[in-house]
Design a protein around this ligand. Structure first.
Ligand SMILES: NC(=O)C1=CN([C@@H]2O[C@H](COP(=O)(O)OP(=O)(O)OC[C@H]3O[C@@H](n4cnc5c(N)ncnc54)[C@H](O)[C@@H]3O)[C@@H](O)[C@H]2O)C=CC1
Ligand SMILES: O=C(CO)COP(=O)(O)O
Length: 363
């Protein structure tokens, strides 16, 4: 296991409680010593006792030696540099599993794509894990489910067989795109919900943003090649509910601080742990624009981060939106050939030509 933060350590415990021998790699020798000797990681999982078959080392080569499966839980933006360090030590049949929920800034690549590039291995040897998985709750052995996804069903099953125990249940699928984007996108909606909380708005606003957020997540992921059903499963709706509801969520917490009026740099300074959503906003919006998908909620999160939108103006639609009333679904217009996303892009382009950049309503 690479990464001894809250999720890496918790997932190591899941595997060890399922019967595997787990070796964690920690950058700091003192943390490796605390895990191996005291069976604790007190900075990240206070009060949690780790199993005896989970040990740690600060030596990367030792951590990777003979590993059947390697799990990675470092901040997404540091993945590529870590892959360069582990590449010489990965054995030819090892399965590599991403536990991360971000996209790479600059390339817009999903974590499994960065792993394939960075390690030069076939996607059939790569899996991802995602779902409503707030680390501290699982470390306290509260019953939870997750999805393991790989292009190879055999690989997903091999990982799922090890990543399960009496409190952690894993399902499998082969929709890697949907499973990964579910985890990335729910972080962005959780930041929006945090902003709403920070401003002091109530349940209607939150339910509206969560529901419209799921539409944005689904439209985006489907346009990228995901199956819509994945986004209504554990890795989509399930994770969206957990992250938007929980004060344990770092993305939600970061949003709350923004809603209370802290600036983006001030929020980053205050966060002790990784809030992936903050780094994913820009690459996700770039991808969305390149495929013609509208993400008004994510756009507003970006504007709040940029300091160009007052948090109290956040809404489940763009406040400047002057489109005519729409149906709730954007991806399944019956009359739209190829789906609503394509239809709406074509319509927008047509309207621009017809009205010279003004909307049909004349605004
Ligand atoms: N904490 C959670 O509940 C969950 C987190 N995740 C995902 O897991 C990933 C890791 O998150 P957490 O463990 O929560 O973060 P964390 O902030 O608790 O821990 C990050 C770990 O990475 C290490 N690290 C930081 N920079 C590094 C670098 N340049 N190279 C190597 N290691 C570095 C830190 O020392 C720490 O051990 C994120 O992508 C997150 O979205 C996914 C599901 C649940
Ligand atoms: O991914 C998570 C829960 O599934 C953790 O969310 P945060 O990164 O916002 O804490």
């Amino acid at each position: 296991m690479l990464g001894t933060g809250s999720w890496g350590t918790t997932f190591g415990k899941i595997l060890a409680d399922g019967g595997s021998h787990v070796t964690m790699w920690a950058r700091r020798p003192e943390l490796a010593a605390e895990i191996s000797r005291s069976h604790r990681n007190s900075d990240y999982l206070p009060g949690v006792v780790l199993p005896a078959n989970l040990t740690a080392t600060a030596n990367l080569q030792d951590a990777l030696k003979g590993a059947q499966q390697v799990f990675i839980a470092v901040p997404s933006q540091s993945l590529r540099e870590n892959l360069a360090a582990i590449r010489p030590h990965i054995e030819p049949t090892t399965i590599v599993v991403s536990l991360m929920k971000g996209v790479e800034r600059g390339t817009g690549l999903r974590m499994s794509e960065v792993i394939a590039e960075g390690l030069g291995i076939d996607p059939s040897r790569i899996a991802v894990a995602s779902g409503p998985n707030l680390a501290l709750e699982i470390a306290r052995e509260q019953p939870t489910a997750a999805v393991i996804s790989s292009q190879s069903l055999e690989t997903a099953q091999a990982v799922a067989l090890l990543a399960r125990n009496k409190y952690f249940r894993t399902f499998v699928n082969t929709d890697v795109i949907g499973t990964e984007f579910g985890g990335v996108l729910k972080n962005l909606i959780a930041v929006a919900i945090g902003i709403v909380d920070g401003v002091g708005y109530g349940e209607n606003t939150k339910a509206s943003i969560i529901t419209r957020g799921l539409v944005e997540m689904t439209d985006f992921a489907v346009a990228q090649g995901a199956k819509a059903e994945t986004l209504s499963g554990l890795a989509g709706l399930g994770d969206l509910i957990a992250t938007c509801q929980s004060p344990l969520s770092r993305n939600n917490t970061a949003g709350r601080l923004l809603g209370q009026g802290y600036s983006f740099p001030a929020v980053v300074k205050q966060m002790q742990q990784t809030a992936e959503g903050l780094a994913s906003v820009a690459p996700v919006l770039e991808l969305a624009r390149s495929i013609g998908v509208e993400m008004p909620i994510v756009e507003q999160v970006k504007q709040v981060l940029d300091g160009t939108l007052d948090p109290k103006d956040i809404a489940p639609h763009l406040t400047t939106d002057s489109d005519e009333p729409q149906g709730e679904r954007t991806n399944d217009d019956a009359e739209a050939p190829g789906g609503g996303v394509v239809w709406r892009s074509v319509k927008r382009a047509f309207d621009q030509l017809r009205y010279g950049g003004r909307s049909a309503a004349g605004n």
